[in-house]
Design a protein around this ligand. Sequence first.
Ligand code: NAD
Length: 482
Amino acid sequence: MAETETLENFVDGAWVRPEGRDLLDVPDPSSGALIARVPRSGASEVDAAVRAARRAFGSWREVPVVERARHVLALRALLEAHAEELARTVVRENGKTLDEARGSVRRGIEATEFAAAAPTTLQGSFLEDVSRGVDTTLLRQPVGVVAGITPFNFPVMIPLWMAPLALVCGNTFVLKPSERVPRSASLLARWVAEAGFPAGTFNLVHGDAAAVDALLTHPGVDAVSFVGSAPTARHIYTTAAAHGKRVQALAGAKNYLIVMPDAELARSVPAIVSSAFGQSGERCLAGSVVVAVEPGADRLVEQLSRAVSALVTGPANASGTEVGPVIRPEHRDRVLQWIRDGERLGARVVARGSVPPGSAGYYVPPVLFDGVRPEMPIAQEEIFGPVLSVIRVASLDEAIEVANRSRYGNAAAIFTRDGRSAREFTHRIEAGMLGVNIGVPAPAAFFPFVGWKGSFYGDLHATGRDAVEFYTRKKVVTTRWF
Ligand code: NAD
């Protein structure tokens, strides 16, 4: 891909350049250098993609599931062969480090592998003699045209949570990727086409909110899979549902890590630091608040401070970088404002890393706050940057109570050597993805990605069997033979 290429949409099996649309710059967050331009598609480009998907749906749904799964396997092989190219594209446009990018591509490949199991996962059920001589069969059929709307923080993985599974279930698909990381999506479209999916089954429309709103209200779209921030998720959920569509909307997060006095700090501290500062904190599973149960908080804060001060912030592609840039200058400024607000409201900065001097990239120094109170905005709001807050409490009960006050409920973790504490935590915490001595409790692709409370709008979650249910409609057939 040429360095400042203007990206195109992929509609009905062909690359097309939207006519007369504004272009948005796509900078490399590590340096600020321009790497691509992306069109802001509007209603007419969305309409063309949805129509292509509708046309393709009629014949695609008739393709036997084993053949659809073979296309998924071909895609999987292409992703594997180009994994390094994908990872390096993610590094360049998203700013995560190469290791982080490789890991995220791997997770995307795993989601594709799960999709290939469709001949098994799509199976229905049958019950003989529900009444004398009467049998009942449950079938799963595709929903129709699915729109996937994705965030900037996992440019390859999240589209791969959606598209392979939606397609293998017999749906056709329109992807509207984040306009901040569009090159990864263009590469994915190329491999999907090469994998032999027929024209119109997978379509890519670049753009921003205008393209999204056209998808949400288009009568040809049957279902919407969304991942992004909480305000957008609420808008997606209410608008798409009001237009009669099935919706799953994965939203923002604020994840609490409870550290018990008996935690093994030698291994817990690196896990906590990597959870909070990995990917510059731009992860929906990032630990954002440590709830330190006394006694022992002093020792924990001291070890965390040492680790945070030692973090190396720098360009995503430089060897030795542990914390890359954040996605945009506006986002950097917002995170810096959160840090200033935290200090103003009385939280204490006990460690502050450095940023590369003189760089035009979008860097935020890693910051550790102590003396944070549960009601402070830095303990409540999603910051999505390299900032970790410590709240000190007297007991596990109080720690769970503090964590459960959050309006979000994506992930939570406990660090302890005590099975009873871990059991209490998993039973009572109000979050969907839990870690016991794990800082980033990301479910494997064959389990659902189960945010709770304000971290999710909908009924059926992404990935795993929930996603198979989301991408299919059930039919129940009751049969009697005279
Ligand atoms: P975002 O909400 O800004 O954008 C997500 C998508 O929505 C993009 O494709 C964007 O073009 C579109 N969009 C943005 N504003 C819109 C509007 N007003 N109307 C219609 N469409 C709009 O999110 P982001 O900044 O790209 O991603 C980061 C957020 O995603 C964080 O809040 C993070 O927690 C969340 N996230 C959640 C999960 C999860 O599983 N719950 C996973 C990854 C990211």
